[in-house]
Design a protein around this ligand. Structure first.
Ligand code: NAD
Ligand code: DAU
Length: 351
């Protein structure tokens, strides 16, 4: 089957893994990566697939309606996998409006353009929206987020993602636009921008810099290897039910402090440091405001309906991830030069 798929945010962390999977697995599909190349977008993430004849790149901001319309006319997409977003909670606390623009208005802009271009003839069309477990809020010591859990976002980031999810479902209910939404837990893996906990800790650990742990370090996240998220998106895109929601998670909860200690142990082994040497870098810093205590996804539905489950253990995935960062020092150097230094100082030296 031939398909033309727009993947938005394809130059980012998860988007680049989704683009790579689709471009290499489906040579008959035309894959168009639509990305504004913000600080988080990096075409270096896609060097190994950019020469494929079924891969196209369009530098477009999803807020730019005219550019989007021209792109729809040029490429005639029948499906969209929408990942473009502002994705970092700490940045959303500093600049909430950036999140409203891209995550809310950008998503509605894309929905409108798709609806208009497909001219209400939705047969064979799909708008797949990639979202997050953060929309569900925070859990106590027990329980899980299911597809039925009520939305209760706490950060400007999660509020903007919740809003975009509501708009996507509203376009389904109001205009019958064929949509699917998935809500995934924390991803980790190669190409992760070093503003998030795992890549920031790997980068700092390699460079013997302090490892900042927020608050008491007992906050819990459910970690999933990014390639497993990409596999889940592939399955949902092809076999998911239109109008449905799928939760995706790692069945893999870690308290931040335990995770950082494991990371230190793996780096010590790989760099032949004395056992315990990297752990000395752990530094407790001022907490994130509105910090959600625990996330944990119940991924039973995608497991039962589509047969998906994570393919690697956390230790394997984390070890592969650290190896990737040790082997891709140029990538790390490029993304941590310039504005990253300013960001880091603002976030951490004043904490
Ligand atoms: P990322 O920040 O690494 O990448 C975002 C990409 O979107 C970048 O390439 C950026 O250039 C692009 N972009 C941003 N604003 C844009 C705009 N206005 N127009 C066009 N492109 C724009 O993000 P990520 O971590 O890869 O997350 C991708 C998606 O998955 C997001 O929607 C996020 O909410 C969701 N998600 C992320 C995680 C996670 O753990 N990282 C977990 C669940 C869901
Ligand atoms: O749950 C899915 C979400 O996971 C995605 O939707 C977001 O896009 C993604 O950024 C991620 O959000 P988190 O806020 O959970 O990820 P982050 O890596 O920023 O933080 C993970 C945990 O580590 C969180 O409890 C805060 C803590 N932390 C984070 C940083 C950056 C620290 O203790 N120190 C740090 O320096």
């Amino acid at each position: 089957m031939n398909k033309t798929i727009f993947i938005t945010g394809g130059a980012g962390f998860i988007g680049s893994h989704v683009v790579r999977l689709f471009v290499t697995k489906y040579p008959d599909y035309k894959i168009v990566n639509i990305d504004a190349l913000t600080y988080a977008g990096n075409l270096e993430n896609l060097r190994d697939v950019e020469h494929y004849s079924n891969y196209y790149f369009e530098k477009i901001n999803i807020l730019d309606t005219d550019a989007l319309e021209r792109c729809f006319v040029l490429h005639q997409p029948d499906s969209i996998i929408h990942l473009a977003a502002e994705s970092h909670v700490d940045r959303s606390i500093v600049s909430p409006l950036d999140f409203v623009y891209t995550n809310v208005i950008g998503t509605v802009n894309l929905l409108n353009t798709a609806k208009h271009f497909w001219a209400d003839n939705f047969a064979g069309k799909l708008f797949y929206h990639v979202s997050t477990d953060e929309v569900f809020g925070a859990l106590g010591d027990t329980g899980f987020f299911t597809e039925q859990t009520k939305y209760d976002p706490h950060s400007p980031y999660s509020a903007s993602k919740a809003s975009s999810d509501h708009f996507v479902r509203a376009y389904h209910d109001t205009y019958e636009l064929p949509v699917i939404v998935s809500n995934c837990s924390n991803n980790y893996g190669p190409n992760h921008f070093p503003e998030k906990l795992i890549p920031l800790s790997i980068n700092n650990c390699i460079n013997m810099k302090p490892l900042p742990v927020y608050g008491d370090g007992l906050y819990t996240r459910d970690w999933l290897f990014v390639k497993d998220h990409a596999r889940a998106i592939d399955l949902i895109f092809h076999k998911g039910k239109t109008g449905d929601t799928y939760n995706i998670g790692g069945f893999n909860e870690w308290k931040n402090i335990d995770l950082v200690k494991l990371l230190c142990k793996l780096v010590d082994e790989k760099l032949k440091r004395q056992p315990g040497e990297s752990e000395k870098l752990i530094t407790f810093v001022k907490d994130r405001p509105g910090h959600d205590r625990r996330y944990a996804i119940d991924a039973t539905k995608i497991n039962k309906e589509l047969g998906w489950k994570p393919s690697v253990t956390f230790e394997e995935g984390l070890s592969q991830t650290i190896d990737w960062y040790l082997q891709n020092t140029d990538w790390l150097k490029h993304v941590t030069s310039g504005s990253y230094q300013h960001y880091y100082e603002e976030q951490y030296t004043k904490r």
